[in-house]
Write a protein that binds this ligand. Structure first.
Ligand SMILES: *Cc1c(COP(=O)(O)O)cnc(C)c1O
Length: 311
């Protein structure tokens, strides 16, 4: 019965586990399915979560809107500040430390070794932007690595699927809740994702080299205030990127001098690049986070996490 397990989904899980150097993996119906099921499987009323404030919009919205309804308290920290995660942990109360590296949309990094050294709470890294080709969070000692496999893992914009990987006993405990949560992966999407994984290595290599070329070019453009890309020397955490990643990845963001008007003018005038909110597929895509992926957040939080009008 597929809500409990399925051989095609298992083949996908085994492939991800092997790429991440994990004992096991567990697939979900989407990246958000993986995130929400993991949080609700591990946390109860009265528990505390430490989360990076630079997060995918859906994750941040979940932590801000759903968790308080269940009495789960969330503290947001700046991933770029050394020691911030550990300092926010409340011994005996913090159940989960949640990070995303590189982060959507400003490519902030969380120090994986620092996260791996935290004792007590479970540590989770959303590694969607890096894929297992560029970093392996479990090698640094974190408890779980998570992906929206909808993106580069499946890689063809034709699957919606999420996955977590880590130790078998922890995944078994999460599975017990996940079968009731119900956001299970469909075998067809798992099959598409498995097909994507077969070419992941060459796709990431090519996407990273294209992103590097574009990031260098745009960083020198007079209309561009800032390019955020871990592969550029100008990235504030470039040294950390060099320590924990084997490449800059396929994603970068740019902040335009002209603010929101300039951003929309750029989107209207694109010829080759398509305007859409996804990543990791065969097309080069561009989006305006403030009005799409991060539109659900209040203006002060958008500003705090760097989702500026010109990004
Ligand atoms: C897209 C994305 C998600 C959510 O994944 P879905 O498959 O759309 O549910 C989570 N984290 C990151 C970093 C993402 O880019």
């Amino acid at each position: 019965y597929t809500r409990y397990g399925n051989p095609t989904v298992q083949a996908f899980e085994e492939a991800v586990a092997s790429l991440e150097g994990a004992e096991s993996a567990l697939a979900f119906g989407s990246g958000m399915g993986a995130i929400s099921a993991t949080v609700l499987a591990l946390c109860s009323s009265g528990d505390h979560i430490v989360a990076q404030r630079q997060l995918y919009g859906g994750t941040l919205f979940f932590l801000q809107s759903v968790c308080p309804r269940f009495g789960i308290e969330v503290t947001l920290v700046d991933a770029a500040e050394p020691g911030a995660f550990g300092a926010a942990v409340r011994p005996g109360r913090t159940m989960l430390v949640l990070a995303e590296s590189p982060s959507n949309p400003r490519l902030a990094l969380a120090d994986l070794a620092e996260l791996g050294a935290i004792r007590g709470p479970f540590t989770v890294v959303d590694s969607t932007f890096a894929t297992p080709m560029l970093q392996r969070p479990l090698d640094h000692g974190v408890s779980l690595v998570l992906h929206s496999a909808t993106k580069a893992l499946a890689g063809h914009n034709d699957a919606t699927i999420g996955v977590i990987a880590g130790a078998t006993d922890l995944l078994d405990a999460i599975w017990g809740y996940a079968t009731l949560h119900g956001s299970v992966a469909s075998p067809f999407d798992a099959w598409n994702a498995l097909r994507g994984i077969r070419t992941l290595g060459v796709r990431i290599e090519r996407m990273s080299s294209t992103a590097t070329t574009l990031a260098h070019h745009l960083a020198a453009h007079p209309a561009v205030a800032e390019v955020c890309y871990p592969g550029l020397d100008s990235h504030p955490q470039h040294a950390l990127a060099a320590r924990q990643m084997t490449g800059g990845g396929s994603m970068f963001s740019l902040d335009l001098h002209g603010g929101e008007a300039a951003a929309h003018r750029l989107l209207r005038n694109l010829e080759l690049v398509r305007v859409a909110t996804s990543l990791g597929g065969p097309d080069t895509l561009m989006c305006h986070p403030a009005s799409t992926t991060h539109a659900g957040l209040e203006a002060p939080l958008q500003e705090l996490i760097g989702v500026t009008p010109g990004l």
